[in-house]
Design a protein around this ligand. Structure first.
Ligand code: GRF
Length: 228
């Protein structure tokens, strides 16, 4: 396998995609470029993910996600953490915004702030996050750099339910990518993001399907298959 190979271990996407009584109402929280927001929007437009994006909350005035969300026609709300006296006060404003937009599922897509029980308790088991490592390895910031520094040969991304401990919580879906000797953080991040965009929409659908069947835990989408 050559170093340029994009060979991966990635779960199959749902076939067919789950259907719900009504579209899932998503609230997206993001601080970055918004590429995951766009991937979720694309999956919705394609008729795969039965959902609608009610609002996009961002916390950095210059975040690229704001432009992307506006281009896609989604309402955007800036909640700048610098203007709140505590994490709880910020989360109260987030919850108020999500509820005002009638959100059911909270989708953290590059939200780089720790959250509190104020948010988690308002949406029990319905807050999801995506993280650029195979959790429980490399939680926290600079996960891609952490993976490279550790010298791992495989990394990837994880969609999980959000709990109080950062980057913990039940795993919904993971995908793995190779780490090659000459990878830079940017190259590995880009390889991981291809998988993020593939699995996040599917993970939302699978988490919602699992939630509608209370006795089951979120599935990882099935057995890993070699692709690529
Ligand atoms: C993703 O890599 C995600 O794993 C991390 O933040 C990044 C957000 O990227 N939590 P984007 O803004 O969706 O492009």
């Amino acid at each position: 396998m050559s170093p340029s190979s994009t060979a991966i271990l990635s779960p199959p996407l749902p076939t067919p995609w789950p259907r719900f009584a009504s579209p899932l109402k998503l609230g997206v929280m993001a601080s970055g470029k918004g590429s995951n927001l766009e991937a979720i929007a694309t999956a919705i437009q394609q008729g795969h993910l039965q959902a609608q994006i009610q609002v996009v909350i961002y916390n950095n005035p210059g975040a690229g996600v704001r432009t992307r969300a506006a281009q896609l026609g989604f309402p955007t709300v800036l909640l700048n953490h610098r203007h709140y006296p505590s994490r709880e006060a910020l989360d109260r404003a987030i919850v108020d915004t999500l509820q005002a937009h009638r959100v059911d599922w909270v989708i953290m897509a590059g939200w780089m702030r720790r959250v509190t029980p104020v948010l988690i308790d308002a949406f029990p088991r319905q807050v999801l996050n995506i993280h650029p490592s195979l959790l429980p390895s490399f939680p926290g910031v600079r996960a891609v750099e952490q993976a490279l520094a550790a010298g791992v040969k495989v990394s990837g991304c994880t969609v999980h339910q959000v709990e109080l401990v950062v980057d913990s919580g039940p795993v919904v879906m993971q995908a793995a990518v190779p780490v090659w000797p000459d990878d830079t953080p940017e190259i590995l991040q880009a390889r991981i993001q291809v998988q993020e965009h593939r699995i996040y929409p599917a993970a939302i659908a699978l988490a919602a399907e699992a939630a509608s069947q209370p006795s089951t835990r979120p599935s990882n989408g099935g057995q890993l298959t070699v692709d690529g």
